[in-house]
Write a protein that binds this ligand. Structure first.
Ligand SMILES: [Fe+2]
Ligand SMILES: [Fe+2]
Length: 405
């Protein structure tokens, strides 16, 4: 997972950008979606079902997004001639770890998948499909961004560039595995179409670092929490993909640790009052986006035996504690008032959705939405203004990359 949990943030600049994503890379080919033919008709002349494309997925403010950045500025930041803070030996150690490729043989499917998918019927089936689609889009978003960073930084900093390429390998695997999961439901996301047709949200490099660090770490905590819960409660193991989360989340953890090393190499992004404000802003955006998203999908979390809000708060608190090691300030998410504010946002969001789905004419809908949006924004600002927790340290000696279980 990467760079996809920030949908609440208003894009600063949007552009449809064609990435020069190499299509001949063997790693990429290994997960490229194939035209999906419904199983029942695979051997007949029945036309194939259309692939799921962006148009087939309901787009909302909270839909996972694709990101792009200022690659020239990135090149400056990673030029060892210009930036003397780059700890090349740390990056080389990280590169060694990525090259080890712990999960090379991890993502292998078995017949359990299709059988489990066939058993999933009714509303839970639909919600599983949506889970797979959203997760696949989020993973694929990371793949595109890292692939391009790997390509663009090759000359300036080959070590950092190679790490980005290896991270894109991981995200490609994750996206591919999820897309194969969709095939159990006789669907496939057309990732090629998504690459071309999606709007890319532009973030300056500094914001890419904050956002991606958080996305990776929150991804780690989500996956490991679901994995541990299902291990303890196997009766809710309704689809085998969750069994893969333990090793999978270690990829996300390593990705997050790499961004932590990148941030350390850019102390200007960590050591002033602006960094503190931005850190809190990105934490809030990521946490609120996840909370609102998940509360819209309680059926999914309840379907695997979780209490959505308890699960989310656990993930938020753990992510925040991890983030506090590197960000100069974080939110006081363990203050009960923070959760109360999140719950009020959920209530307002539900009212907003009800207005959106009503039969009123567009003008009436908009008039009804104004006070609700105002209330939602007020809650978000109030949460942002809660007294923060001072955190982080530029002396990172004890925070070396490590496998966390
Ligand atoms: Fe991933
Ligand atoms: Fe990742």
């Amino acid at each position: 997972m990467a760079a996809a949990e920030l949908s609440l943030i208003k894009p600063m600049k949007c552009a449809t950008i064609k990435f020069n994503t190499p299509t001949t890379t063997s790693k990429l080919n290994s997960f490229r979606p194939k035209p999906m033919i419904p199983r029942a008709s695979a051997s007949t002349a029945t036309p194939a079902k259309p692939k799921r494309t962006e148009k087939g997925i309901k787009e909302t403010l909270l839909t996972p997004r694709f990101y792009t950045t200022d690659f020239d500025e990135m090149e400056m930041l990673f030029n060892t001639e210009i930036n003397k803070n780059l700890n090349q030996s740390e990056f080389e150690a990280l590169l060694h770890e990525f090259k080890t490729d712990y999960n090379q043989t991890h993502f292998v499917r078995n017949p359990e998948f299709k059988a489990a998918a066939d058993k999933l019927q009714g509303p839970l089936r639909q919600i599983f499909v949506e889970f797979l689609e959203r997760s696949c889009t989020a993973e694929f978003s990371g793949f595109l961004l890292y692939k391009e960073l790997g390509r663009r930084l090759k000359k300036t900093n080959p070590v950092v560039a190679e790490i980005f390429s290896l991270m894109s390998r991981d995200e490609a695997r994750h996206a591919g595995f999820l897309n194969k999961g969709l095939s159990d439901f006789n669907l496939a996301l057309d990732l090629g179409f998504l690459t071309k047709a999606r709007t890319y949200t532009f973030f300056k490099p500094k914001f890419i670092f904050y956002a991606t660090y958080l996305s990776e770490k929150i991804g780690y905590w989500r996956y490991i929490t679901i994995y541990r819960h299902l291990k303890a409660n196997p009766e809710f193991q309704v689809y085998p993909i969750f069994k893969y989360f333990e090793n999978w989340c270690q990829d996300e953890n390593r990705h997050g640790d790499f961004f932590s090393a990148l941030l350390k190499a850019q102390p200007q992004f960590l050591n002033d009052w602006k960094a503190k404000l931005w850190s809190r802003f990105f934490c809030l955006s990521v946490y609120v986006t996840m909370y609102l998203n998940d509360c819209q999908r309680t059926a999914f979390y309840e379907g695997i035996g979780l209490n959505t809000k308890e699960f989310d708060m656990h993930v938020i608190i753990e992510t925040n504690r991890t983030t506090a090691r590197i960000f100069p300030a974080v939110l006081d998410v363990e203050n009960p008032e923070f959760k109360r504010k999140l719950d009020r946002m959920v209530e307002i969001n539900e009212k907003l959705m009800a207005v959106g789905e009503s039969n009123d004419n567009p003008l009436v809908k908009n008039l009804k939405k104004v006070p609700l949006i105002t209330a939602l924004v007020s809650e978000i600002i109030a949460a942002y203004l809660m007294p923060p927790v001072e955190s982080g340290s530029l002396d990172f000696a004890e925070f070396e990359p490590q496998v966390v279980y």
